[in-house]
Design a protein around this ligand. Structure first.
Ligand code: UDX
Length: 432
């Protein structure tokens, strides 16, 4: 029988909110902390600031059943909880390094409130050796604090975050004391997932190494896509043939306009930077970044080649979020493509099932459509920029009739080329 615990999660952003909610769902008592009082109040009233399938229901249920609460007070949370998770943002800085000031600030604040044994767990994605610094910081401000510091990276994907957390492939924690190991095992016991216990530095590295490897897979297939285009091969078939080898796997071999989001671009440049500081030039990852950047450029080039001049051309865009099933538009390649088209004089009308509100301030010149099919009205070209599965089943035959010219550029290889050509579109995908 699992011992249920009192847990505090500092930082109620994506990772903090989903993690805290899932901990509550398995029975722990969770206090989510955030220094943004407005956000705390809105969470207390049951308003979820992000779109994440299944999250709202779980938050409401666990609040109603008394296992999940929200506060702005770190002090109250530390007093009530044996384990304190740090899940604050670690935003990128212009030089590619990570801004750790929120982590440091929270560590200092936690230190002030510790009176008895506490396990401080870092869940934010951080450079290797951050855990050591968190421990030093807490000790500096509270030399007698009886603490253990643990690194417990989070592998959730946006859009399937609740599922990823409830049914993880693996749980990793880096820890140096038996006491803290036992506490962490108890917390995760209800999830019935494989647990890997490592030292602090290895756990931190696992996160950056895993994300960089996934990005590398995407850039690899995008490079292969370029060769496919030049040789008349089909990247979908190539990915299938490669992926059937279980040592490779088919996942993350979808060619497209490149990866975006709040994790991959930031984590890869942070990993390059940390590696350099540690004396290793990770040029392989520099190439991954370069291929990702060029992928968007190659896509834009195809549009320019077909339309010749972009000025005053009407372009309909399907998708603004950085991937399907999310309203997140941070570092979205779709947004970058739209910005570029607008800067070259095109008139863009876009639709995204969830991302339009957050996208609007980033692309002020872009018109937002009420329905997906409306982006086709009078369009010279139609672009698919996000892999929303609902875009697979739009009434494309009717949409084509509303367009001025039937050019279709599928930046996510979401649609069936033959079917689209059958409908009369001039279809261009990526890598075939
Ligand atoms: C990623 C990791 O997958 C997750 O484990 C980690 O915790 C956080 O970072 P996330 O950023 O939510 O998750 O999205 P993910 O599904 O990994 O997609 C990232 C980007 O890669 C998206 O822009 C997506 O469109 C793109 N992508 C993904 C591809 O272009 N091709 C693929 O085959 C897969």
């Amino acid at each position: 029988m699992t011992a249920l615990m009192n847990l505090a999660i500092v930082g109620s952003g994506y990772v903090g909110l989903v993690t805290g909610t899932c901990f509550a769902e398995v029975g722990h008592h969770v206090i989510c902390v955030d220094n943004d009082l407005k956000k705390v109040k809105s969470l207390q009233a049951g308003h979820i600031p992000i779109y994440e399938p299944g999250l709202e229901e779980l938050v409401k249920k666990n609040v109603a059943e008394g296992r999940l609460s929200f506060t702005a007070s770190i002090g109250d949370a530390v007093a009530a909880s044996k384990v304190i998770f740090i899940a604050v943002p670690t935003p990128p800085q212009p030089d590619g390094s990570v801004d750790l000031s929120f982590v440091e600030g929270v560590a200092r604040e936690i230190a002030m409130h510790i009176k008895e044994y506490r396990v401080v767990v870092d869940k934010s994605t951080v450079p290797v050796k951050t855990g050591e610094k968190v421990a030093q910081t807490i000790k500096r401000y509270n030399p007698d604090a009886p603490i253990d510091v643990v690194s417990n990276p989070e592998f959730l994907r946006e859009g399937s975050a609740v599922d990823d957390l409830m049914k993880p492939d693996r749980i990793v924690f880096g820890v140096s004391s038996d006491k803290a190991t036992a506490v962490m095992r108890e917390i995760y016991e209800p999830f019935k997932a494989p647990i890997l216990v490592t030292d602090l530095n290895s756990a931190e590295l696992i996160k950056h190494a895993a994300n960089s490897f996934l990005a590398l897979k995407i850039s690899y297939i995008n490079a292969v896509a370029a060769i496919c285009e030049a040789s008349g091969a089909n990247v979908e078939r190539v990915a299938e043939g490669m992926g059937a080898d279980h040592r490779i796997g088919r996942a993350f071999l979808n060619a497209g306009i490149g990866y975006g989001g709040s994790c991959f671009p930031k984590d890869i440049s942070a990993f390059i930077r940390i590696s350099r500081e540690l004396g290793y030039e990770f040029t392989l990852l520099e190439e991954v970044e370069k291929i990702n950047f060029n992928q968007k450029e190659r896509f834009l080039k195809k549009i320019r080649e077909s339309l010749w001049v972009l000025r005053a051309k009407k372009i309909g865009v399907l998708g603004l979020a950085f991937k399907g099933n999310t309203d997140d538009v941070r570092s979205s390649v779709a947004i970058e493509v739209v910005k570029q088209l607008i800067s070259e004089g095109a008139e863009v009308t876009a639709y995204d099932p969830k991302g339009m509100e957050k996208a609007l301030p980033l692309v002020p010149g872009c018109k937002m459509a009420g329905k997906a099919e409306d982006v086709a009205d009078g369009a010279d070209a139609l672009l698919v920029l996000t892999e929303w599965s609902e875009f697979k089943t739009l009434p494309y035959a009717a949409m084509k009739k509303r367009m001025l010219s039937p050019l279709l550029f599928d930046g996510r290889n979401l649609l069936d080329p033959q079917e689209m050509r059958g409908l009369g579109f001039t279809y261009t995908g990526v890598g075939h």
